[in-house]
Design a protein around this ligand. Structure first.
Ligand SMILES: Nc1ncnc2c1ncn2[C@@H]1O[C@H](COP(=O)(O)OP(=O)(O)OP(=O)(O)O)[C@@H](O)[C@H]1O
Length: 892
């Protein structure tokens, strides 16, 4: 511990030059710009100057002042070490980056250099949103990506992205054409994106659209592609990763990523896996607006609950959930790999007993990847080792279970082989050595099983025996001194000591005892002593404890080394476990939610029978209502114009078809009776009129920019979902834009599409455009009320029932009746019948409110009475109240 933690204050008079500690602080701060410096002082991390102001405000902790620097007070705040993790989580969550600066020498060493010398400190770790490895800083079921974006103005690719989840080691690289950049970033959704300042500038305001991503601008040097090759070579063996296999931009991005991760871990090895080279075209492209509108991984409020992922995630392990999220974010774009996944799911749908058993078995498999990474970074503990042992054990059992099944599809057979190849010997060695519930950290010992190591058992026995001897000593000294209340106790400050009540303490200071009892401390009620014999026993316990700790530390290191030597097999095991979990979860989902296997091929089919929206269905059935399934056939460039009342279910219908395509290409069964889909290369889903105030674009501007993106980028293979495009401007402008958009999608793009609109005029398009057809959400009118049937039928709606919906929403009757009046006039005008022009309507002359209905207050009260719920007392009160009402009525 630092002996002079506050020497900033002690040795810095107003006029003084910079103190040695302040000099050290400033030097470390200068080489870590952009980071809040957690500066270790004793049991606290302290922050100074602007860091203190930022952290105090962010964490809601007290900002104090301590000492002076160049005549000014130094703002300071601090967090205790034991709670540092919580504060770190908060700061990182707010997008801050933190440099952890520890004391890196024993204070005794510093003292040898002179009483004023400062303990050496150094930054041991940079904590940034993208480089977290600690379990309590990471949500277990979500990946946490760090991405590096490189930009080449000339060359093989415009941009390249390299990204990694530092906590699991998963790494990937992809060349990304400029037009696909935002889609890819939306897919990966990194927590932190590193880029050179020039790249940031080129992105301009696009960067803002990335939402919660923390942008870390770094030296352009980091992206130098020649240095990158060296860095790649230093981290991965050439046999595993050939730097020349990547494009120049890809190398630059990967090199920068490795450099940044290396720097953040400060000398610990970069524990990443050989990067997978990803092809952008291999995935269905889904841009950010579509992801948001379809609420794929999170809702628009940023919650998993209520999103598609939240609804379908039945995985029983966190790595399974992470893999499912990754797949859902990047559905495949070729039929074969999709069908291979579907074969696996189908096999488990058909073998539901096997599926249940596998899911049970998977529950026993802890998350081994994150533990493995922590061990590689020297940040792991005995619990991580035990998790690995248990996961491998579970893998073995699952492999056996799979081996018992016949005719597994190739994907499941491969999983069975990998699981069977899990390092069982290692798991046995770990389980034999480790206690069943070991502590988190190896530092305190106590995690090696009794009977595992003879030398350790001996030292432990010595400690235990000596404790027995101490108990005997207490009894003997009590006898010898005649002080029955004499007790031997232990605390962290004094170690072992004898304690007697204060009144009896004086006896032990008398000459006959003085040679044996050495006074240590006087308290109000007690006096504390030691004896040479006790000191010796204490020494023996400490030596045995120390020796035991050293033996345990050596065993731990050996086990870690043995585990890390199996890294490749362990990672393969982890991958197979996650894939099995996802497959079994999708099979379970298909079985419990009545999903069907989609037929996926190269055609341009899009034929859904009895399709449902998985999230709305769950919501509606939770409320005890049935969900109405609907067909949709857009095969061969069909465009459906969907009209119908507000609240009729148009948006639900549109989105459910996009979700069915996404689920199908993820390799999942789909909520439908039958589905035939020719692979979709991109899905666009737009809802008219949502604004982007933060991005500085008006409602209508957003709508038009997005419509332009669709018209420019959709292909014949795309699926386009447009929900009320054109509603954000004057009726005729909106109608003409919507009209022209549908024509262009029909004639030029020739994609499959669904278009919901309240512009009934557009239904005329079906007469002129061959593949446009009209569909409507059916309603029934009953006693002046509208009943939504949620059924899609051929044909066009004749009205929007907006006023009926407004009534449901509780608009006052005066406003409703006025609206009906205006509507009738407008309808008359547009149908060309006798001209009531709008000017004729007394627009601002409100109709008088309808007279209040005549309610007799006595009847009203009687209606409200529930006799069975009345106490005798309340009944009497009621009789009085009724009489009062009757009297009042007579008077009026
Ligand atoms: N197929 C269905 N079966 C049962 N209930 C449904 C169905 N579709 C929609 N609903 C219910 O109707 C509500 C409104 O649906 P939706 O938002 O799709 O209507 P809409 O026609 O798009 O309305 P608006 O034009 O006002 O945007 C949903 O929240 C859901 O509760």
């Amino acid at each position: 511990m630092d002996q002079a933690p506050f020497d900033i204050a002690q040795t810095a008079p107003a006029s003084a030059a910079v103190t040695p500690m302040m000099a050290q602080f400033l030097e470390i701060k200068a080489i870590n710009p952009g980071y809040l410096l957690f500066y270790r002082m004793g049991d606290f991390y302290e922050m100074f100057f602007e860091d203190a102001e930022i952290a105090a405000a962010a964490l809601g902790i007290v900002l104090t002042r301590r000492g002076k620097h160049l005549g000014e007070d130094i703002p300071m705040c601090g967090v205790p070490i034991h709670a540092a993790q919580d504060y770190l989580r908060k700061l990182i969550g707010l997008g801050h980056k933190v440099a952890i600066c520890e004391q890196v020498e024993d204070p005794a060493e510093a003292r040898k250099r002179g009483s004023k010398s400062v303990v050496k400190r150094d930054v041991v770790r940079l904590v940034t949103p993208g480089t977290l490895t600690e379990d309590d800083l990471l949500p277990p079921r979500e990946a946490n990506y760090l991405a590096a974006l490189s930009m080449l103005r000339h060359g093989e690719a415009d941009f390249a992205l390299a990204w990694a989840d530092v906590s699991t080691g998963e790494t990937a690289v992809a060349d990304v054409p400029a037009e696909a950049l935002m889609d890819e970033l939306a897919r990966i959704a990194p927590a932190e994106l590193i880029l050179a300042p020039a790249t940031a500038e080129a992105l301009g305001t696009l960067g803002q659209a990335l939402g919660r991503v923390v942008l870390s601008k770094v030296e352009p040097d980091l992206f130098e592609s020649r240095k990158a090759a060296e860095r790649i070579g230093a981290v991965f063996p050439l046999a595993e990763v050939d730097p020349t296999a990547f494009s120049r931009a890809g190398r630059a991005a990967l090199g920068a990523l490795l450099a940044y991760v290396g720097e953040s871990q400060k000398g610990a090895p970069v524990a990443l896996r050989a990067p997978a080279a990803e092809r952008v075209a291999a995935h269905m492209a889904i841009d950010l607006a579509t992801r948001n509108s379809l609420e794929l991984l999170t809702t628009q409020r940023g919650e998993v609950r209520g999103s598609l992922l939240g609804e379908i995630d039945c995985c029983v392990t966190p790595p399974g959930s992470r893999l499912l999220a990754r797949r859902l974010a990047a559905p495949l774009a070729q039929p074969d790999p999709v069908n291979a996944r579907l074969d696996m799911v189908e096999a488990l749908v058909e073998e539901s007993r096997l599926c249940t058993q596998l899911r049970e078995g998977l529950k026993a498999a802890p998350d081994l990847t994150r533990g493995l990474t922590r061990l590689a970074l020297d940040r792991g503990g005995p619990r991580d080792l035990l998790s690995i042992a248990r996961a491998v054990g579970a893998a073995g059992a699952l492999a056996e279970r799979l081996a018992g099944a016949d005719a597994l599809p190739p994907g499941l057979a491969a999983i069975a082989r990998t699981l069977g190849d899990a390092p069982a010997g290692l798991a046995e060695a770990l389980s034999a050595a480790l206690d069943d519930s070991p502590p988190l950290s190896a530092r305190d010992g106590g995690f090696v099983r009794a009977g595992f190591d003879a030398a350790l058992d001996r030292e432990r026995a010595l400690g235990t025996e000596t404790r027995g001897v101490i108990a005997a000593l207490q009894a003997r000294l009590g006898e010898e001194t005649g002080l029955k209340s004499l007790k031997i106790r232990h605390n962290n400050v004094l170690g072992y000591f004898l304690e007697v009540p204060a009144a009896q303490g004086a006896r032990l200071l008398e000459p006959e005892h003085r040679d044996i009892f050495i006074h240590r401390q006087s308290l109000a009620n007690a006096m504390r002593f030691t004896t040479p014999e006790l000191a010796e026993l204490e020494g023996a316990i400490a030596r045995a404890g120390q020796a035991a700790l050293e033996i345990e530390a050596a065993i731990f290191s050996r086990l870690v080394a043995e585990t890390l030597a199996q890294t490749d097999r362990l990672r393969a095991t982890a991958d197979a476990l996650a894939e099995l979990d996802v497959t079994a979860a999708l099979a379970h989902l298909a079985g419990t939610r009545n999903f069907c296997r989609p037929e996926i091929d190269d055609s341009l089919a899009f034929a859904i029978e009895g399709g449902r929206h998985p999230v709305v269905e769950a919501m509606v059935s939770a409320a005890g209502q049935p969900f109405v399934a609907n067909d949709c056939d857009l095969s061969d460039a069909g465009l459906w114009l969907v009209t119908g009342p507000n609240m009729g279910g148009k948006s639900t219908f549109l989105r459910q078809n996009a979700l069915i395509a996404i689920l199908a290409q993820t390799g999942s069964f789909v909520p439908a009776q039958r589905a035939h889909i020719g692979v979709v290369d991109r899905v666009f889903s737009r809802v008219g009129a949502s604004d982007d105030i933060a991005g500085g674009r008006s409602t209508f501007m957003v709508e038009m920019v997005e419509t332009a993106a669709i018209l420019n980028r959709a292909t014949q293979r795309s699926l386009v979902i447009l929900d009320e495009i054109g509603r954000g401007t004057a009726t005729f402008d909106g109608l003409s834009i919507a009209w022209a958009t549908v024509e262009s999608l029909h004639d030029e793009t020739r994609c499959r599409g669904l278009f919901a609109t309240h512009f009934h005029e557009m239904t005329a398009l079906a007469k002129t455009l061959a593949r446009v057809s009209n569909h409507t959400m059916t309603v029934r009118e009953w006693e002046g009320e509208v009943v939504f049937l949620h059924e899609v039928a051929a044909g066009a709606a004749d009205r929007s029932y907006g006023i009926a919906v407004a009534k449901l929403a509780g608009l006052p009757e005066t406003v409703l009746s006025r609206a009906r009046h205006v509507l009738a006039a407008l309808e008359q005008r547009s149908s060309g019948t006798p001209a009531i022009v709008l000017d004729d309507l007394p627009l601002f002359a409100h109709a008088a409110p309808p007279p209040k209905p005549d309610v007799n207050p006595i009847d009203d009260m009687l209606d409200r009475i529930r006799p069975d719920e009345l106490t005798p007392r309340a009944a009497i009160d009621l009789v009085y109240e009724l009489k009062t009402l009757r009297d009042a009525a007579r008077r009026s």
